[in-house]
Design a protein. Structure first.
Length: 349
């Protein structure tokens, strides 16, 4: 029983660490190192800390350092590879192919080349216009690799997702840029690199950065796919604000919701506010839904109040109070300035 319990804990630690390594998003661990089969892990003993995690191949010897270490079998390098912690496994798929293959278990989809990158951008644009998301990205079993690279791509940060290869090369992200050799690991980890480096050489850095920064909503899109997974929604099962639908279409909005703000959705049960951070959901009355929709797409209280007053036919002072109450009670925020001219009129209601 004890051995089984220890194995289960090890598998859970491995799954958590691998999830952070795949996505690049920090959670439990400050840094996650994946050492490939045949690579030397000797240099890790000097650099790994108690808040790090190390994923080691089965043939590696025991690790006695302060980091959380888990041994794995398999690999996660080429399309079709599978990596296992005991009975738990993850398969690697190309983003383009993921929409055409049967997903049978936990899967990491990776942007391997320029065609994959363009397909990802095209899918995101389509979802923004129509509310139709790529089926692979709304499957709860699928993780988009290196999605943290889409957050502030030019921002510099010390490497936190590290791959150590058999030839000694050290790279960032799942398939990202090589930053040096394992013999220099300690110094390499002290040199900040831009988030976009995790996307590797699928396109020039400047081009990738421009593609992302010209789509300031792209991370909201990623959170929208999280919401679809959280609620087990399929395309067409609900209307999601900002993605092919908006409750209020008054041509007066001057903002877009913040990336992590709760989502306003319309389902068969009515209006729902769903938060992907807290996992909280709550039904809203039509009046409250109107206030939420306006508040999230207004840059300031006075803008929102004027719009709410117009929509509900109430005094501006009362509308102002409703907006502030919504911010306080529902954990929503006034939006960030944005160009929302791409929304087609008449798609709102």
């Amino acid at each position: 029983m004890a051995d089984g319990g220890t194995a289960a804990v090890s598998e859970l630690v491995g799954a958590r660490a691998l999830r952070e390594w795949i996505t690049g998003e920090r959670g439990v661990y400050a840094r996650v190192f994946l050492v490939e089969s045949g690579a030397s892990a000797t240099g890790l003993h000097a650099v790994a800390r108690h808040d790090d995690a190390i994923l080691l191949p089965l043939e590696s010897g025991p690790y006695g350092g302060p980091a959380s270490a888990v041994h794995y079998s398999g690999a996660l390098c080429e399309v079709g590879d599978e990596l296992f912690f005991g009975e738990r496994g993850v398969e690697l798929q190309d983003y383009v192919a993921a929409g055409f293959v049967q997903i049978i278990g936990p899967t990491a989809v990776c942007l391997f080349d320029a065609s994959g990158w363009q397909a990802f951008l095209d899918d995101a644009e389509l979802a923004r216009r129509t509310g139709v998301f790529p089926t692979a990205l709304i499957d709860p079993r699928v993780l988009l690799a290196d999605r943290n690279a889409l957050t502030n791509p030019s921002e510099l940060e010390r490497p936190s997702v590290i791959r150590v290869r058999p030839d000694g090369r050290v790279s960032v992200g799942m398939q990202g840029e090589v930053i040096g050799h394992v013999n220099d690991l300690q110094s390499l980890l002290s040199v900040p690199v831009p988030h976009v480096a995790a996307l590797g050489g699928i396109a020039p850095r400047a081009e990738l950065t421009s593609d992302i920064e010209s789509r300031a909503w792209i991370n909201r899109y990623n959170h929208a796919t999280d919401l679809m997974k959280m609620l087990r929604l399929t395309n067409g099962a609900a209307k999601l604000s900002g993605f092919g639908w908006s409750l209020i279409d008054d041509d007066l909005s001057d903002a877009e919701p913040l990336t992590t703000d709760p989502f306003l959705i319309e389902t068969a049960d009515g209006f729902v506010l769903a938060d992907t951070v807290t996992m909280r959901r709550q039904l809203l009355s039509p009046v409250t839904a109107t206030v939420v929709a306006v508040t999230q797409t207004s840059t300031a209280p006075e803008v929102a109040a004027a719009r709410v007053a117009r929509q509900l036919g109430i005094p501006a002072s009362e509308a102002h109070t409703l907006c502030l109450q919504a911010v306080s009670a529902l954990n929503i925020h006034f939006g960030r300035p944005a160009d929302i001219s791409h929304f087609a009129k008449g798609t709102g209601k």
